[in-house]
Design a protein around this ligand. Sequence first.
Ligand code: AMP
Ligand code: MG
Length: 522
Amino acid sequence: MSFKLKLNNRFTEALPADPVPENYRRQVEQACFSWVFPKKTSNPKVLHVSPEMLAELGISEEAANSLEFLKMVSGDSVLPNSKPFAMCYGGHQFGHWAGQLGDGRAINLGEVESQGKHWMLQLKGAGPTPYSRSADGLAVLRSSIREYLCSEAMYHLGVPTTRALSLVLTGDQVLRDVMYDGHPEYEKGAIVCRVSPTFLRFGNYEIFAARNDVETLKTLVDFTIKHHFPELDKPSKETYLKFFETVAKRSLDLVMHWQRVGFVHGVLNTDNMSILGLTIDYGPYGWLEGYDHGWTPNTTDREFKRYRFGAQPSIVHWNLFQLANALYPLVEEAEGFEQILNDFKKQYQQAFHHMMKAKLGLFSEDETTSELINELENVLHLSETDMTIFFRLLGDVEKSKAQNGLEVVKKAFYAQDEISGNIKNRWEAWFQSYTLLLQKETLSDMERKTKMNKTNPKYVLRNYMAQLAIDAADKEDYGLLDELFTLLKKPYDEQPEYEKWFAKRPDWARHKVGCSMLSCSS
Ligand code: AMP
Ligand code: MG
């Protein structure tokens, strides 16, 4: 059984190409991309495919078992109309302009048109490109499993994200120094076929502004608007501002989702900010276990914690500021950008309030609601409290029983004996105020719980869960990979057969590499 995919090449046909055909590392000027072929793998094997993504692309499950499919997703051969390329982009990394970065280990195969949608297919880890700088263009199984599982899980959570079609083992060995401490080891190489309407990032625009190449900048922005923001008018100064405003709105929506589900991206550099407002580039990301604004999973960011959970909204704002700078030459007036950036801050406050109310099951407004939310954030920080479990169990609180609140959420506390004295008093007072507000709601306890359960997931990809799947896969046991993939398709459902995953992080995972400590090495 073979399959037919109609690939088109809108990006490469409309935008300037790097004239150099050879694949060596270099600065690429006045071009949006370079032509490059994936590297041959030595013994490729498909470990998993996403049935949902197959269906989106119109590929049957039978066809996904074909040699042709394996060849496509391992990069061993390209489809007839595929003209693979790597994109040129730059970016601000950890607050500083880093110059040219680009697709150093991502190769775009082309765009599939299916059911009225356009999907770019991209192989991550398929070999070096002109943008690989000093690295090898490859990816290891560990990080590929994390990207594969998490991007599909995010989709099912309703969080905007790039998707994943397949996870392939290459059969090649890849050298990595996981903790950057001079202990490199060989790991299994892997490739994820990522899928997204486009993989354009803020950095794709920044690079041309940084090089004063306004012409290419304009060409790229006009292309982006035409194909990815068709609701906007023909190019003009007003349209460019509208474009920026739309990107700001989508980015706000995105970061609100992250705060809602407790996702920490880990490396929110401007080259990791999708122009479509999607979660992109799953590296040292993590899920909050204890609710902690100061937490970041990324050990590379341990010192300043720039990309910690609580800072994500202001970092997204900072990144938008960089995008505004990049788009400025097309508008030549700062005022419009400033207005949008100022509005972002106000809109964030409103959106946060709204989101927290939904998590709490409060649907009407009361003068004490803001105070209740503030105090909750304070009390949650007093002792280690599991975010996912806390909010999920909160749906079980009965409005007539204020004194029961603490008992209902008990399972969320990592050290239950800490909930005494002042901490206990604060919690009890909080539950008093909370139940008073619940009593003002018209919904019954049951109706409220049903609504809350659609906002507060029961199952997320806790870091240790991904690590267990990685450890098993390393021993060629892919059962857990499949189990987690299946579990995370219905994150808001009870799924009693998977109740064991509705649990706090076990103690062994507290300080383990891959569970609480992740580096950028991937
Ligand atoms: P990241 O921190 O993963 O967002 O990557 C930052 C930049 O480094 C991007 O330009 C990547 O393409 C590039 N990069 C990361 N890992 C590799 C690798 N193994 N080989 C080549 N380029 C890489
Ligand atoms: Mg990146």
